[in-house]
Design a protein around this ligand. Sequence first.
Ligand SMILES: Cc1cc2nc3c(=O)[nH]c(=O)nc-3n(C[C@H](O)[C@H](O)[C@H](O)COP(=O)(O)OP(=O)(O)OC[C@H]3O[C@@H](n4cnc5c(N)ncnc54)[C@H](O)[C@@H]3O)c2cc1C
Ligand code: FES
Length: 286
Amino acid sequence: MTMFPLSVHNSTQSLYVPLDCEIVAVSDLTPNEKLFRLRLPEGGALGHSPGQFVQVSLLGWGEAPISVSSSPTRDGYFELGVRRAGSVTSAMHQLVVGDTIGIRGPYGRPFALDKLRGRDLLLISGGCGLAPMRSLIQYCEDRTEEFGRLTILYGAKSVEDTLFKDDLTAWEASSRFACSRTVDRITGGGSCYSGNVGLITALIPPLEIDCTITVAVIVGPPVMYRFVIEELKKKGLTSAQIVVSLERHMRCGVGKCGHCTIEHLYCCQDGPVFWLNEVEHLRGAL
Ligand SMILES: Cc1cc2nc3c(=O)[nH]c(=O)nc-3n(C[C@H](O)[C@H](O)[C@H](O)COP(=O)(O)OP(=O)(O)OC[C@H]3O[C@@H](n4cnc5c(N)ncnc54)[C@H](O)[C@@H]3O)c2cc1C
Ligand code: FES
C-alpha cells in the first residue's frame, strides 16, 4: 500500500501559512464552474488523500475551503473544481495561467481507503459533489485491482450544469466502471442529450447490489442525502455501509474557530467525510 505524506506543511511550517501555488491550466467546466490545475513550489506533492480539502486564499478577498478534485496518484499537480459562489471564488474565476493562489492544507478526514479496498463501491454524487468524488474515482481508476465492482452515479440539474463531462464520457466508455448519469430536466442547451432525465434516486432501484461487500459513498447537495439514503436502505445497505461528505461554513479549517460544528463534531477535522452511523442521529447533520 502506498502511503502519502500527510500535508505540504512540514513540522516547522505554521498550519496557517499558505503556500503560493501556480495555476498551470484553467478550463471551463460549466458557465459557472472552472477547473484549476495547480502546481506547488518546486512541483512537490500536496500529500492529500481523496475526500480532503484545502483552504484557498486570495489576498484582499479571503479564504474558502475547496475539495481536491484530483487523485494523489496523479503526480506533479493537483486540481480544484470551483463554483463561482461569492467573493473568493469569483475573484478566483478572474485568474489565468501563471497567476498564483495561496493554499493551506490538505485538511480533514478523507475517505477511508483502507475500509473501501476489496469492496464493491457505489460512488454517488450530485452537482458540485462530483468535485471531491472525482478524486476518489481517479484513485480507483489508477488502483483498479484494489477494488471490486465500481459503479458511478451522477446527477446534475441540467445538461449545461453537468460537471466533468469529458471524464463522465470516459468513465461511461471504460470497462472498469458502470457509469450512469441523469439530469433533473432538459433545458434549451440539452437538445443533443439522449440520456436519463429525472432524479438521481431513480438510478438506484435497477442496480444489482451485493450487500455483503458493498459500500456506498455519497457527495452532493443537502437535499440529495435523505432520498438517496432511503433508496440505498431499501436495497439492504445499512448505515455502517454508507459514507457521506458534509459541507459546513468554515473559517480556520483546523479545529480552532468552531464555525463548522455539527453538535460535538468539527466538520473540518472530524469530517468532512463521515460514516452515516456517526452522524445520522445528530440534529442538522443531514
Ligand atoms: C469541505 C468543503 C469542501 C468544499 N469544496 C468545494 C469545491 O470543491 N468546489 C466549490 O466550488 N466549493 C466548495 N465548497 C464550498 C465553498 O467553500 C463555498 O461556496 C465558499 O463559501 C466559497 O467562498 P466565497 O468567498 O467565494 O463565497 P462567500 O463569500 O463565502 O459566499 C458564498 C455563499 O455563502 C453565503 N455565506 C457565506 N458565509 C456564510 C455564513 N457564515 N453563514 C451563512 N451563509 C454564508 C454567502 O451569502 C453566499 O451566498 C466546499 C466547502 C467545504 C466546507
Ligand atoms: S473551520 Fe474552524 S473549527 Fe472547523
